[in-house]
Design a protein around this ligand. Structure first.
Ligand code: PMP
Length: 385
């Protein structure tokens, strides 16, 4: 079978050095070399998240576990939580927080847009909240929030801020500490560049103090920081410890990927993602495809969400793209599922992947009878790249 290019919004294509790093005989989780790799990874997370005083956690699981860790450790029954939703994953956070007894107020953006800052401030003025969650890039809509002013509102109203950065960390700009964000969570399989299986988060000392001051025990045994904090502290001090067996090979991959990310440099990496995102959106536009985000200012750089052209079966377009050797993802928002598709362009994605994917989309659209001038989308994208 000819290898196809994986251009979904996670898992993505991974660097061969990352794959090599994990393709080793599995070490013991208390072996000196492994302890060093885990400790290094935790230290590098602080640099990638730009949160030098934050507490990093790496736990085997997915991004949803990272959300669960946030909800279970920080919510006590009856706490007020404000959830700002720009798509599918905002709704997931609301459902999750309710499980832990939160009284959730949901602020939902209109399709393709963000919730205006005035509306967020209005909600914060009306009620005292313990925490507020928001999604940096909602992977169902490709809509991007600007975390900086939301972090500032959190500070102003003394509310803990939780950023779902599953589709943004190491791809979009985040200065966690400077922007005053209390928790930034993600999963390994997206811009962090490691196969699925790790929940990753960095927590401010303020949020750790809120957890320490709980009056009730955490209602989720696996997620409880009581169990994981000593483990993370031990690895940072290069000491052996055990609570639950870490995903050792994935952590070796994480160490390598974080090294590559920091070698590229955060500023350069974010610029590269902005450039790729801009080029890809311009290419889609020149193919005549509209996208869900209502403007460039709220469009993500890590993925795009184009609508299928009217009166053409989406499934036929997706099959055509697959025939050209590129895997893209279908829609995710239940109400729009069959009218759009999604393309991830993060991590190691660069010029070649952008061009190959645009060409595959162009070929598929032409096969469906659309009058498209060949290679115009490629020229448009290349001018930006
Ligand atoms: N939040 C966002 C923004 C996501 O994109 C995803 C995954 N697509 C999740 C949360 C959940 O992550 P996971 O699938 O790893 O549980």
């Amino acid at each position: 079978m000819k290898r196809k290019l994986l251009m979904i919004p996670g898992p993505i294509e991974f660097d061969s050095e990352v794959m090599d790093a994990m393709s080793v005989p599995t070490p013991s989780h208390v072996a000196a070399d492994f302890i060093e790799s885990f400790g290094n990874s935790l230290e590098m997370m602080r640099q990638v998240w730009m949160c030098p005083s934050g507490q990093p956690f790496v736990v085997a699981g997915t991004g949803t576990l990272a959300m669960d860790i946030a909800g279970s450790n920080l919510i006590e029954p009856g706490d007020n939580a404000l959830v700002i939703s720009t798509g599918y994953f905002g709704q997931r956070f609301a459902n999750l927080l309710k499980r832990y007894g939160a009284k959730v107020t949901l602020l939902t953006a209109t399709l393709g847009n963000i919730v205006p800052l005035e509306d967020i401030e209005d909600a914060l003025r009306k009620k005292k909240y313990k925490l507020m969650t928001f999604t940096h890039v909602d992977t169902s809509t490709a809509v991007m929030n600007d975390p900086k002013p939301i972090g500032a509102l959190g500070k102003k109203y003394d509310v803990l801020t939780i950023l779902d950065g599953v589709c943004s960390v190491a791809g979009e700009e985040i200065k966690q500490e400077e922007w005053g964000i209390d928790m930034v969570l993600t999963a390994s399989q997206k811009a962090v560049g490691v196969p699925p299986g790790l929940a990753l988060l960095v927590v401010s000392q303020k949020a750790m103090a809120a957890w320490k001051n709980r009056s009730e025990p955490v209602g989720n045994y696996y997620a409880d920081w009581e169990n994981w904090l000593p483990i993370m502290e031990a690895y940072m001090q290069r000491k052996p410890s055990y609570f639950g067996t870490p995903a050792v090979n994935l952590i070796l991959a994480l160490e390598k990927s974080l090294q590559l990310i920091l070698k590229e440099g955060m500023e350069q990496r974010i610029k590269r993602h902005q450039n790729v995102g801009h080029a890809f959106r311009a290419g889609l536009k020149s193919l005549g495809l509209k996208t869900i985000p209502v403007s460039e200012s709220v469009a993500a750089n890590t993925l795009s969400a184009p609508y299928f052209p009217e009166n053409i079966a989406g499934q036929a377009i997706l099959s055509g793209i697959l025939n050209e050797g590129v895997i893209v993802a279908g829609g995710l928002l239940p109400e729009l599922k069959s009218s759009y598709f999604r393309v991830g362009h993060m991590g190691i994605t660069a010029k070649n992947e952008v061009i190959t994917t645009l060409k595959a989309i162009e070929t598929s659209l032409i096969k469906q009878g659309l009058a498209i001038e060949k290679d115009v989308c490629l020229k448009t994208a290349l001018e930006i790249l």
